[in-house]
Design a protein around this ligand. Sequence first.
Ligand code: GDP
Length: 281
Amino acid sequence: MNIQWYPGHMTKAKRAMKEDIKLIDLIIELVDARVPLSSRNPDIDDLGAGKARMVLLNKSDLADERLNGAWTEYFEALGCHVVKVNSKSGSGLKQINHVVQIACKEKIERDRRRGILNRPVRAMVVGIPNVGKSTFINSFAGKACAKTGNKPGVTKGNQWIRLNKSLELLDTPGILWPRFEDQQVGIKLALIGSINDEILNKDELAMELIRFLVKHYPNVLKERYGIETEEPFHILEEVARARSCLAKGGELDLIKASNLLIDDFRNGKLGRMTMEFPSKE
Ligand code: GDP
C-alpha cells in the first residue's frame, strides 16, 4: 500500500466524484470502525449535499463493540443511516437493502407521485483506500449480480451492478482522499495498515500504539504479554522479551518487537479496539 495524494490528484478525484454523484440517489460511505473519523474525508458532506447518505461502519469485527454503538449514534445525529458491517464475513450486509429503502424514502415517494414506479435506487460506494470498498462490493453484490451496461451494444460509460429490482450500484467505487493535515490522522491510518508505514518509523509507531493501549486498554498488555509497567519504552522492551525478539549479540530487537505488536493490533489479536471516540476524552 502506498498512498500518495498531492493537490492535483485530489482536485482530479474531486472533479470525477462530483460528476459521478450527479448520477446517483444514495452515497454509501465506508469508514473503518476502528478510526471512524480519520478514515473519512468530510469533503463528502459538500460533494454529497442533497443526496441520501448511508455510513457503513466496516471492519466492525475489529472494533470495540461498545464504541460501534456510540459511533452509530454519532453518524445518525449527522443525518446518515448507519449499518455496522463486516464485509469480509458478510455479517450485517442483509440489513442494507432495508435501510436503503428507508434512506431513499423521499426519492421513492417523489417517483411515485410522478407516476414512476419501481425505478431502482442508484447508489455509489465511496471511501478512502483500504477501508474495504472492493470487499464490500464483492460480498454485497455476490455472484448473482449482472453488470447492466456490460452487454454488446450498450454504450460504454458508467457500469451499474443491478443488485435487485430496487437497487443498482455504480460498479467502481469512489476513492476519497485521506486527510493528512493532522499528524494524528496519519499515525492512526498507519497503525491500522491503511497507509505506507514509512511515514513513521515502526518503533515510533509502536510507541504511539503503546501510549494508546496504556490509556484506553490497559489490561491488554498485561493479559497478552504479562506486562505490568506503564512506561512505554519499558513496555516495548517487555514485548521483545516476551516474544523472544533478540538480535545477533543477544540484545533486544526492538524493531522486531514493534512489528509484532503492530501486527497483533492490526489482526485483532489484542482484542477488538477503537482508537477514536465520538466525544473528546
Ligand atoms: P479498498 O481499498 O477500499 O477497496 O479495500 P479492500 O476491499 O481492498 O480491503 C482492504 C483490506 O481490508 C483487505 O485485506 C480486506 O480483506 C480487509 N477487509 C475489508 N473489509 C473487512 C472487514 O469488514 N473486516 C475485516 N477484518 N477485514 C476487512
